[in-house]
Every structure is written in structure tokens, then in C-alpha cells.
Design a protein around this ligand. Structure first.
Ligand code: NAI
Ligand code: PYR
Ligand code: MG
Length: 467
């Protein structure tokens, strides 16, 4: 269950109620008081801010319990998550102050004109004389935002701003959120192309499938900067890192396992591709109409591609049937689709990655007792498999070596680099994947990505630490 932190500003009438009464009511209703600030103390009443940790599902009950208390006036309720979003989460900062006319004439007209001309004569100079070398566009159309679905470009913005914050804080990359008010594939492709000159890379985000496949592959062909759909490949990379380590915990070789992937959308297709590239021999992709069966025909080109792969089983049926005997379940679908009976029917030492956000395919509290290794996309449980472990270091590496593109070798190298952050001594059921706050993650991913880019000839620059 998700917890939230709320701040209640209350006035207490001293002759009717004490703070002890208030704390007792909060505790009985299921909240935890984490701090109290005294705002004003008068003879007859006092005003305090009470910060309370509470599960989302009972927030309203806790607030109501306080309202019902005699002698209490509830002045305001603020939610710390909403407070953190006030005014947006990022801003643009100049790299130097403009203090006088001399500065002005250098950073702006007339001085700037000479720099413009230099770039016109040699476009590669854009990398040294503009923000291009360190700037990534985070582009969405708002059609598959987290597990919330098609909520539109404006509502998608807080997620894109969050990604931009993570890019900057974790890897020093300047990322800019761009929320497009169109769902038309051709219009999205054209828009991204025409805004691309200022960017060193394109991170596509939360664009629903199957349009995301066409959009990404066309942009990859038509642009000379890396284009990376994070929900596809970032997820697959981090899933792979977790699986490498989870398989060590259960001591099963990757060639022997049977894997069910639920939800063959953006993330699911890339997860399947990466599993095949890593050596999985028995794969069952499942979407809302049941398993994608080897040899059958599908309208969706990526499903058709999967149905042509020899490692995909020719078993038909829903999750109820195909999950029997599976060693690994990977969910990139929707909340609550994996039932406890499903997990109980899996092979011994089952591995379950329930990655749907914000609510996983199964409640971790319920699943834990029936599996050997459990991971979710959430930060409030152990083993968080989230693409944030990948995209900052991956783009840091791609920008530093001015990679033309990000290909499969670079992704697999990133997966291995993330997995390697957890040493064999540390590895256990509850620690298969490092924390995003582990400094080695970005450093190792960057290094592995640059190495793979140089080895495969897509790097246009050798960074100083590789010379
Ligand atoms: N933990 C992580 O890092 C990440 C998690 N995700 C999560 O994975 C989920 C899917 O994301 P995307 O692939 O971007 O979305 P998407 O919309 O492209 O794909 C979702 C797929 O699930 C399928 N689906 C819906 N109901 C189903 C059912 N009853 N049984 C089987 N499949 C069903 C849909 O038909 C679709 O193909 C979301 O919850 C998202 O938040 C996505 C990216 C990263
Ligand atoms: C984490 C992420 O990118 C998603 O859930 O869509
Ligand atoms: Mg996403």
C-alpha cells in the first residue's frame, strides 16, 4: 500500500481538547504523527501543523477523525506530494550572469552572431558551442502514462518533469519535458524531427503501443542523435539486470528457465527481445487475449515477430493456464492481474517481477510468501526495478561519446553494468538490484555504454577518460 505524508493545520481550544487527544485520535485512525510545529499559542487556543504519515487508502478517514474531535478547527490540509509540485519541478538557469553591456554584447547580439556563423560553417560546432552536447528532450504524447493510460499531454507533464529532475540529479544531463498535443504518428515524428537540432538525444516516454514502435524506429533512421524509448528499453535493461542477479540467487541457468511476460505493449515487447537476446529458450508472451502463440498470425507487427521466434511456445490460453510451471513471471501490464493461485502454480523458487506502476500486478505483501524473489517498480519495497536505474547513465554515456544511436549491445552492456553493482557477497532475495542512490550505478552504466559504443563504431568522440 502507498503511504503519503499530509500536514494538517489545526486550532485547538484549550478548554476542550489537548494535543494528546489529537495524537490518540490520529493513531487510532491509522496515521503516524511524524512532526509537530507550533504556529501560534494563545491563552484560549493554539495553532499547530501536524505532519502525519498515512496510507493513501485511509487518508480521508484520518482527516475526518480529526474534524470530528470536539474543540478542533481544521484550518488547512496540505499534501506534501502536491506541495513538491507547486510551480513545477525544474527551471532553466543561465551559466553566467549578464552584468553589463560588455557581457550582453558577448552572450547576445552582436557577439553571438560570430558564433552562429561558426556553427553554420561547421554544424558539428553545435556540440561545443551550444547546449546540444548535454541536453535531452523527454517527449511524450501522454497516451500511456505510468499505468494511468491515456491521460493527455498536460497531465503527463509531472512525470516528464520528474524524469528531467532525475536526469540532472543523477547524471548531470539537462533534460527538457516536451508534451505533444497530438496522437498522430506522422505528426509526432515530424515534430520531433523539427525540434531535434538543439538536442543531443531524444528520450521518448509513455507513448502507447503499437504507435511507439513505428515512432521510435522511424526517428532512429531519420535522426543522427540517439533516440531511446525508455518504457521499452529502459525497462528491459533494468529487468535484465534484475534477472541476471535473481537467477544467481535461485541458481538456475538462463537457458533452462520458462518465462511468462504479461503485457506485450511498449515495455513487454522490448523485455521479450532482451530475454531472447540473453539466451531464454522458453518464452510465453501474454496480452489481454491470452498467449501469443508461435506460428499464429497477428495484425500487430511486433506480436507477429514474436510469433515467428522459435523460443516462443506454441501454447494457447490465458494467464491462468500458461503460468503453470513458469520459473519467471514478468508483468508490464496492469495492477492486480496476477492472482495468488497463479503464483502458487509456478515452479519452485519462482521469480516474480510485477512491474506495473503505480500499482503492481500483485500486492507484494500477498506475493512475498509464495515466491523466492519478488521485485516491483516501486520505491517502498525491496528490489525496485525501475527504468530510472538505466536512462541517466545510459544517456550520460551516449552524450559523452556522441553516439549516433543506442543499439542492443549498448543496452545489454548497461544491464550487466547495473547487475554488477550488487556484489556476490551482497546478493540475496531482497537485494538483487542496486538502489538508484548508489553512485556506482550511473558511473558503471556510463562506462559500459561508452565502451560498447566505441567497440561497435557508433561513438563520434572518444571521451578523455577513454583515451
Ligand atoms: N517499472 C518500470 O520501470 C516500468 C513500468 N512500466 C509499467 O508497465 C506497464 C505497461 O507499460 P507500457 O508497456 O508502457 O504500456 P502499454 O500500454 O504499451 O502496454 C500495456 C500492455 O498491457 C496489455 N494488457 C492490458 N490488460 C491486460 C491483461 N488483462 N492481460 C494481459 N495484458 C494486458 C495491453 O494490451 C498492452 O499491450 C505500466 O503499468 C507501466 O507503468 C512501464 C515502463 C517502466
Ligand atoms: C517508470 C516508467 O517509465 C513508467 O512506469 O512508465
Ligand atoms: Mg514511462
Amino acid at each position: 500500500m502507498a503511504n503519503t505524508s499530509i500536514i494538517l493545520r489545526v486550532e485547538l481550544a484549550h478548554d476542550l481538547v489537548t494535543f494528546g487527544d489529537v495524537a490518540a485520535v490520529i493513531s487510532r485512525a491509522g496515521g503516524d504523527v511524524t512532526s509537530i510545529d507550533v504556529i501560534r499559542v494563545g491563552k484560549e487556543s493554539s495553532v499547530r501543523d501536524i505532519t502525519i504519515d498515512v496510507q493513501d487508502s485511509i487518508e480521508a478517514e484520518v482527516v475526518q477523525a480529526i474534524k470530528d474531535l470536539k474543540g478542533i478547527t481544521l484550518i488547512n490540509v496540505s499534501d506534501r506530494t502536491f506541495l513538491a509540485h507547486l510551480g513545477g519541478k525544474i527551471s532553466v538557469q543561465p551559466n553566467m550572469p549578464i552584468k553589463n553591456r560588455d557581457d550582453l554584447s558577448r552572450v547576445y547580439t552582436p557577439g553571438v552572431a560570430r558564433v552562429c556563423t561558426a556553427i553554420q560553417e561547421n554544424p558539428l560546432k553545435a556540440y561545443s558551442l551550444t547546449i546540444k552536447r548535454n541536453t535531452v528532450a523527454v517527449i511524450t504524447d501522454g497516451t500511456a502514462v505510468l499505468g494511468l493510460g491515456d491521460i493527455g499531454p498536460q497531465a503527463a507533464a509531472p512525470v516528464m518533469e520528474g524524469k528531467a529532475m532525475l536526469f540532472k540529479q543523477l547524471a548531470g544531463v539537462d533534460a527538457f519535458p516536451i508534451c505533444l498535443d497530438t496522437k498522430d504518428t506522422e505528426e509526432i515524428i515530424r515534430t520531433v524531427k523539427v525540434i531535434s537540432p538543439i538536442f543531443g538525444g531524444i528520450n521518448l516516454e509513455d507513448i502507447s503501443s503499437p504507435r511507439c514502435f513505428e515512432i521510435e524506429s522511424r526517428l532512429e533512421k531519420e535522426l543522427d542523435i540517439p533516440v531511446f524509448h525508455d518504457d521499452q528499453h529502459g525497462t528491459a535493461v533494468v529487468m535484465m539486470a534484475g534477472l541476471i542477479n535473481a537467477l544467481k540467487v535461485v541458481d538456475k541457468p538462463i537457458e533452462s528457465i520458462r518465462v511468462v511476460v504479461n503485457g506485450i505493449g511498449a515495455a513487454g515487447v522490448s523485455v521479450c527481445k532482451m530475454l531472447l537476446a540473453a539466451g531464454v529458450k522458453r518464452l510465453v508472451p501474454v496480452d489481454r487475449d491470452g498467449a501469443i502463440v508461435r506460428g499464429q498470425t497477428y495484425d500487430q507487427p511486433m506480436w507477429q515477430w514474436l510469433a515467428e521466434q522459435p523460443q516462443v511456445e506454441d501454447i494457447a490460453g490465458g494467464l491462468d493456464k500458461v503460468i503453470h510451471g513458469a520459473d519467471v513471471f514478468i508483468g508490464v501490464s496492469r495492477a492486480g492481474l496476477l492472482k495468488v493461485e497463479h503464483v502458487q502454480s509456478m515452479a519452485n523458487d519462482a521469480i516474480v517481477f510485477a512491474l506495473a506502476n503505480p500499482q503492481p500486478e500483485i500486492d507484494p505483501e500477498i506475493a512475498q510468501a509464495h515466491v523466492r524473489v519478488l521485485a516491483t517498480g516501486r520505491s517502498d519495497y525491496p528490489n525496485q526495478i525501475n527504468n530510472v536505474l538505466c536512462f541517466p547513465g545510459l544517456f550520460r554515456g551516449a552524450l559523452d561519446c556522441r553516439a549516433r544511436r543506442i543499439h542492443e549491445d549498448m543496452k545489454l552492456a548497461a544491464a550487466r553494468a547495473i547487475a554488477s553493482v550488487v556484489s556476490d557477497d551482497e546478493l540475496n532475495e531482497l537485494y538483487i538490484i542496486p538502489s538508484i542512490f548508489n553512485d556506482h550505478v550511473v558511473t558503471n552504466v556510463r562506462h559500459a555504454v561508452i565502451e560498447a559504443a566505441i567497440r561497435t563504431g557508433v561513438a563520434r568522440r572518444i571521451p578523455p577518460d577513454f583515451r
